[in-house]
Design a protein around this ligand. Structure first.
Ligand code: 4AD
Ligand code: MG
Length: 432
């Protein structure tokens, strides 16, 4: 029996006869030779069919294959120094598994709406392949990193009764005779977890009814939310920078092929593995923006031009610390000696990608937290359990949230968040 291998393992089988199960992405043929571009979900490479070396039937089949026909190929692996993959297969036998009709995504350019309408097929293209492989590596690294750092993964519910990040962006649904909301963040549950197990992280889909049509907003995205008992801001920032540097390092180490498919500048990425990352206060950020003639005043939130300008002043991701209370959620800890700021931080990614992490110290005093909930006009009945955490052995604690798609978009250097998730959900897009 011929061994079935995946294309990515071709390097271990040079000069061996193997079987590859995959699909045709493109082909060229002349009277004597056919070049088949193949993919099997692990990599892309070329199959060469020489007329004089195969049966007439195999050569005729090769010549008539259509894009996305599925195939089983038997042949010999050779080095191929002209391709950046480095190997090819010299075909001896070829069987069609499933024919393919008029595949809608051709090698020519397509408009973005067309591609999004065909997302279920677009995922097969080499760029999308590279992005999903890198996404997978980042998810794998996330579990590995936090487990090594002593965190446990704790799942938070998707159907909830509370609104941690403000009530304007909630998806509401019926829950029998009650109202429920799709989770905006697992944080409040992660805080319960931190009081139970010390260090936890949640990782799951979160939902925000963002009416904004920007390159940075999805209505459904995946968030990683670590939460740590007995910690203050600086300790949280150190976990954040170690985590981001590890994500980047592992992508460099384990996804070199994918980064090449994306034309990502790897030397640029290497800069992000250097620690520590710079830290500036929000106050200072406002001064920097004003000095550069931005029309901002203390108290304003940053839009994407402001974040881009700030991050352009640094070579690495930068932390902006201690934002005004008015633009952040109720659960944050006020800064000592100031009545207008919280102990919090956003991490801004370089190269114009903006905020990738938001985090803070949490208010851990019962009365002050209750007052903050009241001040925001939130329904106290929904937060009784959350207040309990401040009633029974409350401790200083911190946490943060990384938007997975924001981080992927930056690491892969994409134009838009929509390619960072297999099936993006945005204003006006619920299908496929
Ligand atoms: O800054 P946010 O809203 O913070 C929280 O949700 C906190 N509960 C996190 C925590 O402390 N546990 O969101 C966190 C991150 C942002 O920095 C951004 O990367 C991402 O989530 N994000 C979005 N990503 C895609 N589409 C959107 N609409 C996003 N909104 C936020
Ligand atoms: Mg934020």
């Amino acid at each position: 029996m011929t061994e079935i291998i995946r294309i990515k393992d071709a390097k271990d089988h040079v000069d061996e006869v193997v079987q590859i199960n995959g699909w045709l992405t493109d082909k060229r043929s002349s009277g004597k030779i056919a070049f088949l571009q193949l993919r099997d979900g692990s990599a892309y490479f070329q199959g060469v069919v020489v007329k004089s070396a195969v049966s007439e039937e195999v050569f005729e089949t090769a010549k008539t294959l259509r894009q996305e026909t599925s195939l089983s190929i038997t042949g010999t692996i050779h080095e191929d120094t002209r391709s950046h993959f480095g190997y090819e297969i010299e075909v001896q036998d070829l069987k069609v598994v499933g024919d393919s009709g008029d595949y809608p995504i051709t090698p020519k350019e397509h408009g973005i709406e067309f591609l999004l309408d065909h997302r279920h097929l677009w995922l097969r293209s080499s760029r999308q392949f590279a992005i999903q492989q890198i996404r997978n590596e980042m998810i794998r690294t996330t579990y590995e990193f936090f487990n090594q750092e002593g965190f446990i993964k704790m799942d938070s519910p998707i159907l909830t009764g509370s609104a941690p990040e403000g009530t304007t962006e909630l998806f509401q649904t019926k829950y029998f005779d009650e109202k429920a909301y799709l989770s905006q963040s697992g944080q409040l549950y992660a805080e319960a977890g931190a009081m139970a197990y010390g260090k936890v992280f949640t990782f799951g889909p979160v939902f925000r009814a963002e009416k904004s049509k920007t390159r940075r907003h999805l209505t459904e995205f995946w968030m990683i939310e670590p939460e740590m008992a007995f910690t203050h801001q600086e300790e949280s920032l150190q976990v954040q920078e170690r985590y981001i540097a590890t994500l980047v390092q592992n992508v460099i180490d384990n996804c070199a092929y994918e980064l090449t498919l994306l034309d990502r500048d790897i030397d640029q990425l290497r800069k992000y593995t250097q620690l520590p990352y710079p830290r500036i206060r929000y106050d200072k950020a406002i001064e920097m923006l004003q000095a550069a003639d931005f029309d901002v005043k203390w108290g304003d939130d940053f839009g994407s031009p402001e974040e881009t300008y700030l991050s352009d002043q640094f070579e690495q991701p930068v932390f902006v610390l201690n934002y005004p209370k008015a633009i952040k959620p109720f659960y944050m800890l006020p800064e000592e000696g100031r009545d207008d700021t919280y102990v919090c931080a956003d991490m801004l990614a370089p190269e114009g990608y903006g905020e990738i992490i938001g985090g803070s110290e949490r208010e851990w005093d019962y009365d002050k937290l209750q007052a903050a909930i009241e001040a925001k006009g939130l329904d106290m009945n929904e937060y009784g359990w959350y207040l309990d955490l401040r009633k029974y052995g409350s401790v200083p604690h911190t946490g943060f949230g990384l938007g997975l798609e924001r981080a992927i978009t930056w690491i892969c250097h994409l134009d838009h968040l929509r390619e960072a998730i297999p099936f993006p959900r945005m204003l006006n897009r619920l299908k496929p």
